[in-house]
Design a protein around this ligand. Structure first.
Ligand SMILES: Cc1ncc(C[n+]2csc(CCOP(=O)(O)OP(=O)(O)O)c2C)c(N)n1
Length: 254
């Protein structure tokens, strides 16, 4: 029986939760996902893999003003659970029920109806550009994209454009080594290369050791936190685009 999840009517309700409560909430969200997947065909693994990421994003940003685009949109269930749709969550992917993808008619936290892979980066970049033009430069724009969608041509066009325009844009790569099937290709090999690079592994281990010594509640393993922090810390010297690209190995970071 979920105790915390029913009380999360909007992401603002996450703010008062302790690390332990957040951990419990993540478990309750996973249970809800399992209950749905037990009764119908639904996207499952991709949703289980972004529960902590979703909580972290909604804690750090205020998406009633900031912009969040989930690439493709098939991993949006945790986001739906904490943006006022828990009570109707049992109707997802049924006639007349919640959509299995973003739907602006359901919530102001879903900015566009999507389903095709690869459009998140250009959309988030467009939103950041529009916000700048309208004098809302304080709004942050975030795209979350999987390693399966990343090699899309339009993503590379958008990254190219983003590096040139130098907008305030955060692109989070959810690298779980899976697309619809195990991912293949040169970019996949490149990502594996980064992950196994001795320099990167060494510095991640060292940063993890430092984090272990810090007395604080955590939702993730110290090395996972270190991985997220390392890429977030890369700042303007960023990884691919000249912006920030955070790499998440499919589990929690921040
Ligand atoms: C243009 C387009 N081509 C193919 C698909 C089918 N498709 C659905 S999800 C997905 C990618 C899934 O992999 P990834 O982006 O790594 O996300 P994950 O499920 O691993 O979180 C694809 C190719 C699609 N939605 N749109």
């Amino acid at each position: 029986m979920a105790e915390i999840l029913p009380s999360i009517l909007s992401p603002a309700d996450l703010r008062g939760l302790s690390p332990e409560q957040l951990e419990q909430l993540a478990a309750e969200m996973r249970r809800s996902l399992c209950e749905v997947a037990a009764t119908r065909t639904a996207h499952f693994a991709s949703n289980l893999g972004v529960v902590e990421l979703c909580l972290a994003l909604h804690r750090v940003f205020d998406f009633s003003r900031d912009r969040l685009i989930w690439d493709t949109g098939h991993q949006i269930y945790p986001h739906k659970l904490i943006t006022g749709r828990f009570a109707r969550f049992g109707t997802i992917r049924t006639k007349g029920g919640l959509m299995g993808y973003p739907n602006p008619e359901e919530s102001p936290y879903d900015l566009f109806m999507t389903g095709h892979a690869g459009s998140s980066v250009s959309t988030a970049l467009g939103l950041a550009s529009g916000d700048d033009l309208c004098g809302h430069g304080d709004r942050r724009s975030v795209a979350v994209i999987g390693d399966g969608a990343l090699p899309s041509g339009i993503v590379f066009e958008a990254l190219n454009n983003a590096g040139f325009l130098k907008k305030r844009l955060l692109v989070i790569l959810n690298d779980n080594r899976m697309s619809i099937c195990p991912r293949v290709g040169a970019l996949a090999e490149y990502l594996d290369c980064i992950r196994t690079n001795p320099w990167y592994r060494g510095i991640k281990h060292q940063a993890g050791e430092i984090i272990k010594g810090v007395p604080m509640g955590r939702m993730a393993e110290p090395e996972d936190i270190a991985r997220g922090a390392l890429f977030l810390a890369s700042g303007d010297a960023g990884f691919v685009t000249g912006q920030n690209l955070a790499v998440n190995g499919g589990s929690a970071f921040l």
